[in-house]
Design a protein around this ligand. Sequence first.
Ligand SMILES: [Mg+2]
Length: 358
Amino acid sequence: MEPILLKIPFDAGTASTGFGDKPWTSYDMLVVRVETDDGIVGWGESWGYGVIPAVKTAIEQVVAAHFIGRDPTIVGNLREIWHKLHLFGRNGAIVYAMAGIEIALWDICGKAVHQPVHTLLGSAQRLQFPAYASLVPYRDPALVGRMTAKALAEGYPTVKLHEIDVPPVRAARESGGEGFELMVDTNCPWMPWQALEMARRMNEYRLYWLEEPVWPPENFPALARMKRESGVPIAAGENVGTAREFETLLSHDAVTYAQPSVTKIGGIAEMRKVCVMAEAHNIPVSPHSPYFGPGLAATLQLVATLPYPVQIERVFIQLEASPFGSMIDVRGGTMRVPDGPGLGIEPDRELLKRYRAL
Ligand SMILES: [Mg+2]
């Protein structure tokens, strides 16, 4: 069981971009390679970006030991391991580490029986989904306008901005016209009363949803008020740590779209619970998936089994190369669910070697 850091150069249309603590100099991905004693290799992915050093250490020094020597089919019921680890955090590095290993075990189980993961989870309802272009933060309205036009020209039906001010939103709408759906992801910048005001101003440009408008992300009553009073559909959930915490979010009627993230919430089985609970609350899932590796494949395998279509988040950057192949490609505005055994992806060994940093 081995966590592997990949650092891949990319083009985002600007020299400086990033989320969280620092600008990106490469797209960083933490993948987990698990090999069984009879030689089946599974691939998983943990939540990465700026937290990769902590998650890699968590896998190597804390979490992996709980899995070594076990049968990979325990993946359907990890209660015992979750219980042993709960003292060390129910959101954060330990949970992301669990996710990376969990996803790899699903890959192994699928490969062992020569079936795609979506077959193990039930049966696929559809194998093709519309993708939305998830633009990185630009802050410069002119650049936002240009990148919106570029995404639409490439066939995306929907564009999501990561912006926190009105001028970039106006620029996107004016550049793209009325014929496309526009989402705005703000990553939790505002106090609730500021969020209401900003939602109303941004919604002059007709938002499909406003994502994570309030600080802190777990302020579910404030999100619920936004949903009731802002006039804008609300999306959130990527920062929810557990399936159980999602039940609390859903009980508050806090979102129009629930956004579990497979590499953050602990893997496929936990995200599946969220999908079932959301359905019981009549709330559609719209997964958080800023991934280019096993995390994206796991997301696609999961949504294939949902009884309704969803839009797949595709980060709108151009990687120098894709270590996990053509799964990341969007053609005619759609993405396909990989159909091979397990997650349906196999990494290119040469590319793994070329981009491996740790
Ligand atoms: Mg987001």
